[in-house]
Structure formats: C-alpha cells, structure tokens
Design a protein around this ligand. Structure first.
Ligand code: CA
Length: 233
C-alpha cells in the first residue's frame, strides 16, 4: 500500500502548521515545504495525494511550481492558495491548471472539506464497478480511456489535468444531457458552492482550448444559453 501523503508548500509558518495539523487527519503524512525551491523539488520528485500550493513564495512561485508539476504529471491534484481575489484570474487562467483554489483568509474547515471532497472523488472513481467506467468512450475524434485516464484526439494524446479529465469524462459519458454549473460542481468537484460557478467556466474554457478545433465556437462542449453546458456528440 502506498502511503497517502500531502505536500503543503507555504512560507507562512502559522498557516502551514495549521493546515498540516488539520489535513493530518486525512492522510498518513503531511510534508511542509517553506519556500519555492524546496516546494519545487518535492512537488516534482515525489508522489502526492494532493499538493496544497501557496501562490506567493520566496523563490519559484506557485504558478511556476504548478507548471513544472504539470509538465511531468498532468494527473496531480493541486489546490492553490491565493492571497488576493485579484490574483484569481492568473490562477484560473489557461496557463496554470490548478484543480481548485481558496482565497486567504480561508477557513481551515473549508480547506479540509475541499480536500476530503477531492479524495472522495478519486476513491469513488477507483471503486466504481468496472462496467460503469468501462473502457473507452469515443465521440467526434475523441477517445477517453477511464482506466488509464488517457485522452486521444484525432490520434494525438492530449494532456489534461485531473479536473479537466473528470469534467470531460463526465460529459462524454452523458452525451446530450444538459448540466447546470451547480450540477457540475456537485458531480465533478464533489461539493456545491454558490458563487463558484466561475470555477466551472474557467475549467470549461481550458478544456475547450485543448479539445476544440476553434475554442470560441465549440462543437463538443457547447453552451446551453441560460442553463449550462452539454456534450454534443
Ligand atoms: Ca506566501
């Protein structure tokens, strides 16, 4: 059995200790990196159940670390901590690929709930009877392998983050069905939060940029005006 370990990259000692204390109940071990150099080294060299990543760090910042991790492992859950909501655009932007985020000051109970939801989602996925997740879904040049979590588009492998994969997999297994943003938060993120709909929008945009021929006129994940999105197979 692999131990479930959580990496916390955070230079503010009080926050790091508090987060470590609370997340310690959800895993076998927490490891704290107190600057960007140590964070970058640990994040890219070892396996983590989730990485809690502060945006502003001495040395390489959270965005740089996030990018470096994604270059090596698309499927690595990352939860980003930001100090200002004005930084959210950067965190949510196409470039980073964080799976989730919280803005400081955040409630540590909220953080625990997010990480718990993330683990539950992964466990549900692993425990889903094989038939339900079976094999490969294909649609419009896309081939999605739920087991290996590989996505092929027109013969080319495409790199998706954990959340992007889950989102696409969810859509592709329910073609034609319209999902409200709140439904997607509930099903794919594992929690419902009013006011977090822009999280869904930004992940949809990132996904579109990776799979749509023309992301501004999407043909696969289409907007259902005033309602949400659907997968047009
Ligand atoms: Ca910081």
């Amino acid at each position: 059995m692999n131990k479930r370990r959580i990496l916390i990259v955070e230079d503010e000692q009080d926050i790091a200790d508090l987060v470590s204390l609370h997340l310690g109940t959800l895993c076998d071990e927490t490891v704290i990196a107190r600057d960007g150099h140590e964070g970058l080294r640990l994040a890219t060299s070892e396996q983590w159940a989730v990485i809690i990543l502060d945006l502003r760090l001495p040395g390489p910042d959270g965005l740089e670390i996030c990018r470096a991790v994604r270059r090596e492992r698309a499927y690595q859950p990352i939860l980003m901590l930001t100090s200002k909501s004005s930084e959210l655009d950067r965190v949510l932007g196409l470039e980073t690929g964080a799976d989730d985020y919280l803005t400081k000051p955040f409630s540590v109970l909220e953080l625990v709930a997010r990480v718990r939801a993330l683990f539950r989602r992964i466990e549900n996925f692993q425990q889903t009877p094989k038939a339900a997740n079976d094999g490969i879904v294909t649609a419009g040049g896309l081939s999605i392998d739920a087991e290996s979590r590989e996505v092929i588009l027109d013969g080319q492998a495409i790199e998706l983050t954990a959340r992007e994969f889950d989102l696409l997999n969810h859509f592709a297994r329910n073609p034609g069905r319209v999902f409200r943003r709140a439904d997607l938060l509930d099903k794919v993120w594992g929690y419902g939060h009013e006011g977090y709909e822009h999280t869904v929008n930004s992940h949809i945009n990132r996904l579109r940029a990776k799979i749509e021929g023309n992301p501004s006129e999407p043909e696969m994940i289409v907007t259902v005006w005033g309602v949400g999105y659907k997968f047009a197979a």
